[in-house]
Each structure stands twice: as structure tokens, then as C-alpha cells.
Design a protein around this ligand. Structure first.
Ligand code: ZN
Ligand code: ZN
Length: 257
């Protein structure tokens, strides 16, 4: 399983800053932030599944655009997977004919470009030899993270999505055998710890505290830094790194498991 980081910034602003999106083996997308905009038409058309963590714009910005761009190049619908709560928000506020057409009935309801599928925390979706299971998260809107497992090697990658402190997340992570990579967010620098808590994100000190609950030793990657605070966040992560030694995730990098 090859996970390509298309975007891992909390915002935009040049210098490789693109919002959250991970491409798994070329056919599964985890979130559809602005990183998706760099893919060629052919690579966009090869994506069969999109798993959404939550409805915030930095995680879905390219979803409506990619469907419109490649819908007619595909013979099967793109399947968007999300929890019922997130699905309802996206249907009501994005694919509502005002912001964007409802591609789940275009060009015809029988052969639409987009198909909606609901997922539930803890319930695994199997696609080829990959298993995708939603993980608990605690954010300002309904949210999940994802556990991606290579069913051949048994190795896993976990992605928290946007979350604040979340004890059930750590219980779930501690059940994963062969956790090779953990991607976890730190949206703000320590100076904005209160704002991080209020907006249900993490900052380096909160992240390092949370990591103490992790019993395994994956590579830990930090994502979603606010663009103007990137260096500060990187410095604070490095200064307090602890036994898990988290590193900043970079767009364009490939994680294998
Ligand atoms: Zn969010
Ligand atoms: Zn976000």
C-alpha cells in the first residue's frame, strides 16, 4: 500500500502548501483538499473511492470540481464514503444545485457520476486488498479519522483527520497490530493552545501529551499546520519530541505499508 501525500497543510499560500488529501494506491482518496488539484486528468479519473473525514472546506474543496472534471471519462460512479452526519452536511450544503449540481443524479439517476455510501466508526470497508476503518475523532463538526490496512502485509497507517484530545481514538489506535505510520494533526502553535482547544484541534503540547497514550511505536507524522505558524509548530514539535519523535509531514512524500 502506497500512500501519497497530496496536501498536508492547514491552508494555502504557495511553497507546496495544499490542504489535506492522501492518495492510496492511485484509486482511493482520503479527503479531497486542494492537493487534489495537482493531479492530471488521467490520475483524477483513476480514483474510484473518496473517504471524507469531515465536511470542512479544507478537506472537501476539490471534490465537487474533480467529479465535474472527470465524470464523463469514467464508466462507473465515483463513490464518496462518509458518516451519515457528514454525508447529510455535504449533500445539503454542497451538492444542492446552488453551490454545485447534485452529481448523484447527473447525467441520469441510474448512471450518475457520484454515488454516496455511508460508513460507521469501527465498520471496515474492504477494497481489493485494503481495509479502511473509520477511527473516532473529536472536532467541531461530526468527524472521523481513518485506519488503512494492507491486508497482504498486515501493516497499517492511521490518520487522525482533524481532532482535539480524544481518548477513544487512542484506545482504537492501541488495538492496531503493526501500526507502521500515524499521521496526526497540530493545527496551531503552542501560543494558540486556547484557540486549538476551542476549535477542537491540537497544538504541539497537546499532541505530545496525547501521544503518551500510544502503546506502539509507529513513525509519527504531524499534519495540518496553519501556514503562517509552520516553522513555529515544527520547532515546538522538535523541542518536546519525547519517545515517539514526531516529524513534520511534507506534501509529495510517500508512506508505504
Ligand atoms: Zn476541520
Ligand atoms: Zn482541517
Amino acid at each position: 500500500m502506497r500512500v501519497e501525500i497530496l496536501g498536508c497543510s492547514g491552508g494555502i499560500g504557495g511553497n507546496g502548501m495544499r490542504t489535506t488529501s492522501l492518495l492510496v494506491d492511485g484509486d482511493i482518496l482520503i479527503d479531497a483538499g486542494t492537493g487534489v488539484g495537482d493531479l492530471s486528468l488521467q490520475r483524477l479519473a483513476a480514483i474510484d473511492h473518496v473517504f471524507i473525514t469531515h465536511a470542512h472546506l479544507d478537506h472537501i474543496a476539490c471534490l465537487p470540481l474533480m467529479i465535474d472534471s472527470v465524470g464523463d471519462m469514467r464508466s462507473t460512479p465515483l463513490t464518496m464514503h462518509a458518516t451519515p452526519e457528514t454525508l447529510e452536511i455535504i449533500r445539503k450544503h454542497i451538492f444542492n444545485w446552488h453551490i454545485w449540481p447534485d452529481f448523484s443524479v447527473i447525467p441520469t439517476p441510474e448512471q450518475a457520476f457520484l454515488r454516496f455510501a455511508t460508513i460507521e466508526p469501527g465498520q471496515t470497508v474492504r477494497i481489493g486488498q485494503r481495509s479502511i476503518t473509520p477511527l473516532p475523532a473529536a472536532h467541531t463538526v461530526p468527524a472521523v479519522g481513518y485506519h488503512l490496512r494492507n491486508d497482504v502485509s498486515g501493516a497499517s497507517l492511521a490518520f487522525t483527520g482533524d481532532t482535539s484530545t480524544c481518548p477513544p481514538l487512542w484506545s482504537a489506535l492501541n488495538q492496531i497490530g503493526q501500526l507502521r505510520h500515524l499521521i496526526i494533526e497540530a493545527a496551531f502553535a503552542n501560543g494558540e493552545r486556547e484557540l486549538a482547544l476551542l476549535s477542537k484541534h491540537l497544538c504541539p503540547s497537546l499532541l505530545l501529551d496525547e501521544l503518551q497514550q500510544l502503546q506502539s511505536r509507529p513513525e509519527v507524522w504531524v499534519t495540518h499546520a496553519k501556514p503562517g505558524q509552520l516553522q513555529q509548530i515544527a520547532d515546538e514539535i522538535a523541542a518536546g519530541s519525547g519517545p515517539h519523535r514526531p516529524r513534520m509531514l511534507e506534501s509529495g512524500s510517500i508512506l508505504e505499508c
